[in-house]
Design a protein around this ligand. Structure first.
Ligand SMILES: [Zn+2]
Ligand SMILES: [Zn+2]
Length: 396
């Protein structure tokens, strides 16, 4: 079987760079990716790929059948959305829209998948069907979940699904993946502690929810240290506290709101965090004569790579850049990704592609106002997708 390399796609470099920079200059946030999805749809159509639009408002699915007969179908997914962030880069293709920026490289992800679609459409030497899935709203609003709810996999049957994300700080064009849990579940929670409050000089005449909230914040780390098995990673962080008024430091407030994030890698630990936080909040509140209103909001599930498809992804990456540039057992990352919703429905694998290390100028982290996707890896990512299709749909 012939395999694809970045060099083989070098003829696409200029066009892909132009597409990527155009999208970068015109960032669009969750469910508003009108211009971006228009570009995607037009490009796919111009290469003879069947295009379906409208899933999750701005989602685009391109369907390409191989020239050899085959029943198998696979889904390749890229995200299209930008972030609410003011870009601080000063290059000519920097964001033209205030407070919106492609700071997570989704401009690059979209372009890499377009590059693969173009190459495969020109030479559909595979058996079966590829669905190129361009999703909106990866950042926080779960566009992948919405596409699934609106019938993505009923309308476009996929036996397996694959995703890819760039990784700053990791050598350009190298790949990293692991079988099993790779990214964390990302959930939100909040507790409102309610007491009587009162005069700051006479706390004994009431109940003090700030005293209770303080103990709760410390006790959270006891859940991590004493309840979660030490071989399992998890995180509880407080991100927001609100109580009282700045002008009244001598008043004990009657309510304290504490909000934060919870990260875990398995359904079991996720359940444990949800249950124990509620128990600890209620117990400490009770001891302090207060009440606790507790809410736990499940946002993104853990991203779990299937063993078989992880092996296919490793092989595809090795064919693309050589086995020495592929890390098949990278540690899990406590970030989250809504591709996890697709992996709950279909077996598949999600891989990281290096965006450049410190000496390659590509190490500003994602979500930094100085981040940029490296155009040097556009053909690498596209070649990976092509190899993946050929491996998955090599024979009828
Ligand atoms: Zn992001
Ligand atoms: Zn991202």
């Amino acid at each position: 079987m012939s395999h694809c390399t970045p060099d083989l796609l070098a003829g696409q470099q200029a066009e892909l760079t132009a597409i990527r920079r155009d999208i970068h200059r015109h960032p669009e946030t969750a469910f508003e990716e009108e211009r971006t999805s228009q570009i995607v749809a037009e490009k796919l159509q111009s290469w003879g790929i069947e295009v379906h639009r409208g899933l999750a408002t701005t989602g685009v699915v391109g369907t390409l059948k191989g020239k050899r007969p085959g029943q198998k179908a696979i889904g390749l997914r890229a995200d299209m959305d930008a972030l609410h962030l003011q870009e601080k880069n000063e290059f000519e293709y920097a964001s033209s829209i205030p407070n919106k920026m492609h700071a997570c490289g989704h401009d690059g992800h979209t372009t890499m998948l377009l590059g693969a679609a173009r190459h495969l459409a020109a030479a559909p030497d595979f058996a079966g069907t590829v669905h190129f899935i361009f999703q909106p709203a990866e950042e926080g609003l779960g566009g992948a979940r919405v596409m699934i709810e609106e019938g993505l996999f009923e309308r476009f049957n996929c036996d397996t699904v694959y995703g890819m994300h760039n990784m700053p700080g990791f050598p350009r064009g190298h790949f990293a993946i692991r079988s099993g849990p790779m990214l964390a579940a990302s959930d939100s929670w909040e507790v409102t502690f309610k007491g009587t409050g009162g005069h700051g000089a006479m706390p004994y005449r009431g109940t003090d929810p700030t005293f209770v909230a303080g103990q709760f914040i410390v006790a959270l780390q006891g859940i991590i240290g004493r309840n979660v098995p030490p071989t399992q990673a998890s995180v509880l962080s407080v991100g927001h506290i609100a109580a009282g008024t700045a002008g009244s430091p001598n008043v004990i407030p009657s309510e304290v709101l504490v909000r934060g994030t919870a990260r875990s890698f398995t359904p079991e630990v996720r359940d444990l965090l949800e249950r124990r936080m509620g128990e600890v909040a209620t117990g400490i509140a009770q001891a302090g004569g207060c009440a606790a209103d507790y809410k736990y909001l499940r946002r993104y599930p853990p991203l779990i790579n299937a063993a078989e498809q992880t092996t296919v992804a490793v092989e595809a990456a090795a064919l693309t850049v050589g086995r020495d540039k592929v890390e098949p057992n990278t540690p899990p990352v406590t970030g989250a990704e809504d591709f996890a919703f697709m992996l709950e429905k279909k077996p598949g694998a999600y891989i990281m592609i290096g965006n450049g290390g410190p000496d390659e100028g590509g190490c500003h982290n994602v979500h930094s106002p100085l981040y940029d996707f490296s155009d040097a890896i556009l053909t690498t990512g596209a070649a990976y997708w092509v190899n993946l299709v050929r491996l998955e749909l090599g024979d009828a």
